[in-house]
Design a protein around this ligand. Structure first.
Ligand code: NAP
Length: 251
């Protein structure tokens, strides 16, 4: 049976850990060749060995998404290896727990450089390749914090709000080239990023107070919606924002 993204070429940032790793593994299970990228060399290499051990095809590229020159080089390498890129998952990101008053200009720069410029450059440099290939699907990973307010997360919220609306700009500009662009907004997902936030039963309970399903998600529960948007099953969906949050933003 053909996979849901059979024969497609998928480029995933932050694929060396957490959700990015799971997105990469699921895409490979569903028939895509996967370019796994990360600044975490060991994690990225581990992801591609997991894919290749199951007979999948993957390539690791170590690069920092906040560098435009590095993006250009990584996209060139992906296209020269696989001929084109059909799917981009802009997943790499960082988190920070700080009140506005404690957030330094350096903190804000780092957050925006990785979480916003990283996604912007990703779109900017993959779009010409997708255009040349006749179309594609971009999935930008925002957050529920890109949609609703929360304490001690202002820099992160500013970054994820930017990703939400940037997604719609790309959708509008590139629909004419058969390129779709959507955002995913995860809630509380069990990954290395949230390890500290879920370090005790009490902390986890507080984090989940507004999650109506009353539990955190496993990464794969986000990977399936990402896969759906990447596949032709979502051929009429663009500029959309999909909450994957156990109902957090519902009440
Ligand atoms: P994670 O486990 O920390 O994975 C993120 C990966 O991105 C790490 O391997 C990290 O490397 C890498 N990375 C960080 N900065 C980078 C850069 N400048 N260039 C390239 N790679 C970089 O996080 P996750 O929880 O899977 O999160 C994935 C995405 O989902 C993020 O965008 C996050 O904001 C978003 N999200 C997460 C949650 C959640 O509950 N976990 C909720 C909403 C949204 P290092 O480990 O070396 O830093």
């Amino acid at each position: 049976m053909a996979g849901r993204v059979e024969g497609k070429i998928a480029f995933i940032t932050g694929g060396g850990s957490g959700m990015g790793r799971e997105h990469a593994i699921l895409m490979a299970e569903e028939g895509a060749s996967v370019i796994v990228t990360d600044v975490n060399e060991a994690g990225g290499r581990e992801t591609i060995s997991m894919i290749n051990a199951k007979g999948g095809q993957s390539l690791f590229i170590n690069f920092d998404v906040s560098s435009e020159a590095a993006w250009q080089a990584a996209v060139n390498q992906a296209v020269s290896t696989f001929g084109r890129v059909d799917i981009l998952v802009n997943n790499a990101g960082i988190f920070m727990v700080k009140m506005i008053a404690d957030t330094s200009s350096e903190d804000l720069d780092r957050m925006l450089n990785i979480n916003v410029k990283g996604v912007f450059y990703g779109c900017k440099h993959i779009l010409p390749a997708m255009q040349k290939a006749g179309g594609g699907s971009i999935i930008n990973i925002s957050s529920i914090y890109g949609v609703i307010g929360a304490p001690a997360a202002s820099a992160y919220q500013a970054s994820k709000g930017a990703v939400r609306i940037l997604t719609k700009s790309v959708a509008v500009e590139y629909a004419q080239y058969n390129i779709r662009c959507n955002s995913i907004h995860p809630g509380a997902i069990r990954t290395p990023m949230t390890k500290d936030l879920m370090s005790s039963e009490e902390a986890t309970k507080a984090l989940l107070a507004s999650t109506i399903l009353r539990r955190p998600a496993e990464p794969r529960e986000v990977s399936y919606p990402v896969l759906f948007l990447a596949s032709s099953e979502a051929s009429y969906i663009t500029g959309a924002e999909i909450m994957v949050d156990g109902g957090y933003t519902t009440v």
